[in-house]
Write a protein that binds this ligand. Structure first.
Ligand code: G4P
Length: 525
């Protein structure tokens, strides 16, 4: 096997999907500790809602160093190169969170056992669905009283429309949490609270029939046996179904106690896919192809006026990326060379000389990149599946200084190209509407417009529910549809018609009453 091929097979590039507070940061930290990428707990900064007010986004921006380098956290585990891509989830939830999932090969879903499936997980799961991303599930916080494990599995199956396959089974819960039965290795692993230390091991029983085990578990023993009988109702462990995105293996544990993480990680590196083929408008690109190709899925701008650099995040899809080599930018039709590409190993950024498919490289950018741009060795590729997503929070842009209208327009266009927000023009009154999926973006935009473009604006609330792209095979049907819906009509930055829905109920009604019209919740960039 060639060296490059073995590097590709070693790579596991994934993201975590979860609702805020489910334990993503804690789990990330435990994974990094296990991979030796960090040595002290508390290194991965949590950017939680409680710690910043929305207007306090500067606080977040002060931590740019951290958020850039924690955007991708790489570590080596059992000879696998694991690349964990951060999916910001609190106040900094944005389209970046969604788009990061277009750059991974698999996802890890974290569910809080006391809460079950929550809203943000549902939304992120929809994005995973678009590419049948394989998903492994970790049900967290078993040291707390939560929902019954069967109820949790039912919820995942029903609400997320994916089959579940328990790989471990909890024994008790909350105060009576004793450990898990590892169904893959048929052994009992006992819970030991590691809250105060990050090391410590679990002791195991090899047979369920061991009288010692019965004595230890007391009444929980009978419950465990009964529940294990019920598990035969679930599909067997099936790697193919997992890889096809139709079944999720489920593990139970407690991230803060470092319990159940190793089993999860062991399974993950073994079954998660190595870099998968990527679709382009022209053809499918395989990781093993000799020619280099990759796409930009995120652009990170520094808002400190003294350091106006941007970092474009490149996902390598095929071939080998080399420092200082000239690569082709198909949209701009020009060659670019990168002297200081960065790789991300936990919190440290370092210059990278060579990177492989599945790796993420940070490229210093002076304005050459837009989200979705490709880099190749000369081929005119356009990667697909890096879309815009339906915004859900809207503001009307009001220019505060008519003398600076041009600057405002330029700033809005550029910030939208960076992926901060989407710009729409309403047909009713030609007003400019910004749409995002997270609130924080508006503060960032206002600040950057003022500091980078000298443009001042106000945002007025616009109480709509969601924007979606509308198409129909028959142009006459579409124009008939719009005739009575001027209030709902807007166009996006590419002049495509967008329907502004006022409520889910209204949207559902429109969709059922207009079967010849397709309402889409994402659109290709
Ligand atoms: P997030 O990134 O998904 O938002 O969640 P994060 O890891 O920050 O965890 C949210 C809260 O849940 C934290 O408590 C964390 O300690 C706690 N937590 C994580 N895993 C477990 C677990 O297995 N069991 C229990 N009982 N709690 C868990 P916090 O009080 O909000 O923050 P902190 O002061 O502990 O950092």
């Amino acid at each position: 096997m060639s060296n490059v091929n073995s590097e590709i097979l070693k790579r596991r590039t994934f993201g975590i999907i979860s609702h805020p507070d489910a334990g993503k940061t804690t789990l990330t930290e435990k994974l990094l500790l296990m991979g030796g990428a960090i040595h002290v707990a508390g290194t991965v900064k949590s950017r939680k809602s409680g710690r910043f007010a929305a207007s306090d986004f500067m606080e977040i921006e002060k931590q740019r160093g951290i958020s850039v380098s924690s955007s991708v956290m790489g570590f080596v585990y059992n000879n696998f190169q694991v690349n964990l891509l951060d999916t910001p989830g609190h106040k900094d939830f944005s389209e970046d969170t969604y788009r990061t999932l277009t750059a991974v090969d698999s996802a890890l879903m974290v569910i809080d056992c006391t809460k079950g499936v929550e809203m943000q997980t549902r939304k992120l799961m929809q994005v995973c669905r678009m590419r049948q991303t394989p998903i492994l599930t970790f049900i967290n916080k078993l040291d707390r009283e939560g929902k019954h494990p069967i109820e949790l599995l039912d919820e995942i199956e029903k609400e997320l429309d994916i089959k579940v396959c328990p790989c471990s089974w909890p024994i008790g819960m909350g105060r009576s949490f004793k450990g898990v039965y590892d169904l893959l290795q048929s052994k009992v692993v006992f819970f030991k609270s590691h809250a105060r230390s990050d090391s410590g091991d679990s002791f195991t029983f090899d047979s369920l029939d061991d009288p010692e085990l019965q004595r230890y578990l007391g009444p929980l023993y009978a419950t465990l046996r009964e529940e294990l009988e019920l598990l035969s109702l679930y599909p067997a462990f099936d790697v193919e179904a997992y890889l096809a995105g139709s079944l999720t293996p489920v593990f139970f544990g407690s991230a803060v106690n470092n319990f159940g993480i190793q089993e999860l990680l062991d399974c993950f590196v073994n079954i998660a896919p190595s870099p998968l083929p990527r679709q382009t408008l022209q053809r499918e690109v395989c990781a093993q192809e000799p020619s280099f190709s990759g796409f930009i899925f995120k652009i990170h701008a520094n808002i400190d006026p003294k350091h106006r650099d941007r970092i474009a995040f490149l996902r390598i899809c095929s071939g080998v990326f080399e420092r200082n080599k000239a690569y082709w930018h198909p949209r701009l039709k020009k060659k670019l060379r990168f002297a200081n590409p960065t790789s991300f190993m936990a919190r440290d950024k370092s210059i990278v000389d060579i990177a492989y498919p599945g790796d993420i490289v940070g490229l210093h950018d002076t304005g050459n990149f837009k989200i979705g741009d490709a880099l190749t060795e000369g081929e005119g590729l356009k990667f697909t599946g890096i879309p815009h997503f339906s915004p859900e929070i809207f503001r009307v842009v009001v220019n505060k200084n008519p003398m600076k209208a041009k600057q405002l327009q330029k700033g809005l266009m550029q910030l939208c190209e960076e992926g901060l927000a989407q710009l729409f023009v309403r047909s009713l009154d030609q007003s400019k509407l910004l749409g995002t999926v997270g609130l924080l973006q508006f503060d960032v935009i206002q600040y950057r417009l003022a500091h980078e473009y000298g443009a001042e604006c106000l945002f007025e609330p616009f109480d709509f529910y969601k924007a979606c792209w509308v198409t129909a095979n028959d142009a006459a049907i579409l124009s008939q549809f719009w005739k009575s819906r001027q209030r709902q009509h807007a166009t996006d930055i590419q002049d495509r018609p967008v329907y502004l829905a006022e409520s889910q109920w209204g949207l559902d009604r429109e969709m059922s009453e207009n079967p010849d019209i397709s309402f889409s919740f994402s659109s290709e960039i």
